[in-house]
Design a protein around this ligand. Structure first.
Ligand code: SAH
Length: 270
């Protein structure tokens, strides 16, 4: 491991046993660890005594600006430190790992990219959902749900996404899933399409709930879809019922939900 180098690494979805060996090694030697909000506290415990741990996520009323994070990485690297830039999941999946690498290259700072287990893959696995399945799904699309369709400036065309793959894996979708679901139905998905919502995957707070797209589109969840959650849309989602395996204190993480689809609204998809 080199001094003056920045390691842009993924911390996996939560459970430290899902770290890569390389990231765990980096945690044990890094001088500075700059970490994001979704890096699990259990993971940070592995950092060596005396390492500077710098939180670079959002706090209430406060927000790190990307330029500040970039400047910090640069300054620490120039001081000859081993810098670990630690991000939840995989650094190159909705993690700005690419932008930070671009910045470091521009400033002539050496970096390495250490892949991590992305929540897009880990959350379904923890919930017993195979993203591909010989009979049910031959393709998957990982997409951000953050751009609200109503925002005008949209980068995700949900109607196209509806037909683009057998399974959709939506990250950052907790905020406006009813809108997204409605768009997916307009895009041709049946309102009966199974949807799994996996919150806090690979942590003691994991919770999986199963819905249909139609019910969720009408705001049918009994309580909110809370972040962080991975939303899986497609026939594979219902396999969670059969393959649910993860236990917290001996208890299933697949929770019953009291979906109350309102019958008043017509289902235009079928
Ligand atoms: N780079 C990360 C994603 C960052 S975007 C990765 O590869 O996993 C943040 C989103 O990731 C959250 O809104 C949520 O959709 C998802 N996410 C991250 N960790 C999660 C977890 N433990 N359980 C469920 N979703 C998670």
């Amino acid at each position: 491991l080199s001094k003056g180098k920045v390691y842009i690494a993924g911390a996996g979805p939560g459970d430290p046993s899902l770290l890569t060996v390389k990231t765990a090694e980096l945690l044990r030697v890094a001088d500075v660890v700059i970490y994001d909000r979704l890096v699990d506290p259990e993971v940070l415990k592995i950092a060596r005594d005396g390492a500077r741990k710098i939180y670079a996520g959002k706090r209430a009323g406060e927000q790190w600006i990307q330029e500040e994070i970039n400047a910090l990485m640069l300054a620490e690297a120039k001081k000859g430190r081993v810098v670990l830039r630690l991000k939840g999941g995989d650094p190159m999946i909705f993690g700005r790992g690419g932008e930070e690498a671009e910045f470091l290259r521009l400033h002539g700072v050496d970096f390495e990219i250490v892949p991590g287990v992305t929540s897009a893959l880990a959350a379904p696995a923890m919930a017993g959902i195979p993203l591909t399945h010989r009979l049910l799904s031959s393709s998957l699309l990982i997409v951000t749900g953050q751009e609200a369709p109503s925002k005008g400036k949209r980068s995700v065309d949900w109607r196209l996404a509806a037909g683009a793959a057998d399974t959709l894996v939506i990250l950052m979708g907790a905020g406006n899933f009813p809108e997204v679901a409605a768009e997916l139905i307009s895009g041709g998905l049946s309102s009966k399409t199974p949807v799994a919502v996996v919150e806090w995957a690979a942590t003691p707070r994991q919770r999986t709930r199963l819905f249909t797209l139609g019910a969720l589109g009408m705001g049918g969840a009994d309580d909110e879809i809370a972040p962080p959650s991975v939303i899986v849309v497609g026939r594979v989602a219902s396999l969670a019922k059969k393959l649910d395996w993860f236990r917290v204190d001996g208890k299933t993480t697949l929770k019953k939900n009291k979906t109350r689809p309102r019958r008043a609204r017509a289902d235009r998809s079928s």
